[in-house]
Design a binder for this molecule. Structure first.
Ligand code: TYD
Length: 223
C-alpha cells in the first residue's frame, strides 16, 4: 500500500521557506521521490479563492475569529482536494505553512480562544497531520528586512504589517510548539546563509525518510 509523507514548513516572514522548499523538491525528485509542492492559505481552487479575501485584509475588520474560520475553511478544502489524495498516492507533500501558522498567528499571538482554535483545527485537518514540520527560525528584524527587500515597492500583506513586538511573539510561539512537539518539529536556523540552511534541511528530511523506510521494513519483517 502506498503511503506518502507530509512535511510542513513554518516560521515568520522572510525566513526563506519558499526558496528552501524549491531546492528540497529538486533534490527529492533527483532521487526519484514523487513530490507535490503546495502552500497555505491556498493550494486548491477553493482555498485560493479564500486566500485573496484573507491576505488583502478584506476580512480583518470582522475580527480574528472570522479570519481563523476562513483559514480553517481554506485548509479543509486544501486537505480534501489535494493533500489527502496525494498522500494516498504515496507522494511526498511539501506544504508552505499549515496548522502551526494558525496556532501562532491566530492563536498565541492573535488572541483567538485556544479551545475554539483546537476544535476548528481538528475539523479542518480531519486526521491529516504532518509527519514532519520544519520551523524556520530567524530574528524578526532580519526576517522583515529580507521580506521588504523581496517585496520591493509592493505593500506588506495583512500579517506582515504588524508591529515588531507581534513578530517577536510569533517567533517565540513557533519555538514553543517545537519544544512541545519535538518528535514532529525540527528547528532550522534560518539566519545562516542559503547553502547552510539547505544542508540542514536536506539532512533533516533525508534522515526522516530513511527512518520511515527503516520502520516500514521492520513492520514488514515482523508481519
Ligand atoms: P504568504 O505571502 O503566503 O506567506 P509567507 O509569509 O509564508 O511568504 O502569506 C501568508 C500569510 O498568512 C502569512 O503572513 C502567515 C499568515 N497565515 C496565518 O495567519 N494563518 C494561517 O493559518 C496561515 C496558513 C497563514
Amino acid at each position: 500500500m502506498a503511503r506518502g509523507f507530509f512535511i510542513t514548513f513554518e516560521g515568520g516572514e522572510g525566513a526563506g521557506k519558499s526558496t528552501q522548499i524549491g531546492q528540497l523538491a529538486h533534490k527529492l525528485r533527483d532521487k526519484r521521490y514523487p513530490v507535490v509542492v503546495t502552500r497555505e492559505p491556498g493550494g486548491s481552487p477553493g482555498a485560493e479563492a479564500i486566500r485573496h479575501v484573507i491576505l488583502s485584509g478584506a476580512a480583518e475588520p470582522f475580527g480574528p475569529q472570522m479570519e481563523a474560520l476562513l483559514f480553517a475553511a481554506a485548509r479543509c478544502d486544501h486537505v480534501e482536494q489535494l493533500i489527502r489524495p496525494a498522500l494516498r498516492r504515496g507522494k511526498i507533500v511539501l506544504c508552505d505553512r499549515f496548522v502551526d501558522s494558525s496556532r501562532v498567528y491566530q492563536g498565541m499571538a492573535g488572541n483567538v480562544d485556544a479551545a475554539m482554535l483546537a476544535e476548528i483545527e481538528r475539523i479542518s485537518v480531519n486526521g491529516v497531520m504532518p509527519d514532519m514540520t520544519l520551523i524556520f527560525d530567524i530574528d524578526p528584524e532580519e526576517g522583515l528586512r529580507r521580506a521588504a527587500a523581496r517585496r520591493g515597492d509592493d505593500q506588506p500583506d495583512r500579517f506582515e504589517k504588524e508591529t515588531l513586538a507581534v513578530h517577536k511573539r510569533r517567533r517565540q510561539a513557533f519555538l514553543d510548539i517545537a519544544r512541545k512537539e519535538p518528535k514532529r518539529c525540527t528547528v532550522i536556523d534560518a539566519s545562516a546563509d542559503a547553502e547552510t540552511v539547505e544542508n540542514a534541511v536536506t539532512a533533516a528530511v533525508f534522515a526522516a525518510l530513511e527512518a520511515r523506510s527503516h520502520a516500514d521494513h521492520e513492520a514488514v519483517q515482523g508481519a
